[in-house]
Write a protein that binds this ligand. Structure first.
Ligand code: SF4
Length: 86
């Protein structure tokens, strides 16, 4: 039987306490639930991520410069790169 903690969103867990796949699923679900007016257009989102994937600051999905998950930052319409690459 699956761990019941993995069947519902957890907003107060530390990363070390979470299953990595579940954490990614929650991050993606958070992005999917963003209001349209807060969310970057899909083409802009993909363009931003393309830039991140060629940047030396990207490590395991996180930006070493700002410490954020770039997929979340890039999804925000008002999101910006700390080095103004996008
Ligand atoms: S947000 Fe900017 S500095 Fe960070 S990984 Fe992306 S391009 Fe690089």
């Amino acid at each position: 039987m699956a761990d019941p903690r993995m069947l519902r969103p957890c907003y107060r867990c530390l990363l070390r306490d979470m299953d990595k796949d579940a954490y990614f699923d929650q991050l993606q679900a958070y992005i999917d639930r963003m209001a349209a007016e807060e969310r970057a257009e899909e083409a802009l989102y993909e363009e931003r991520l393309q830039i991140c994937t060629s940047c030396s600051e990207l490590v395991s999905g996180m930006c070493r410069s700002c410490g954020c998950f770039v997929e979340l930052r890039a999804a925000m319409r008002k999101g910006r790169c700390p080095y103004d690459k996008w």
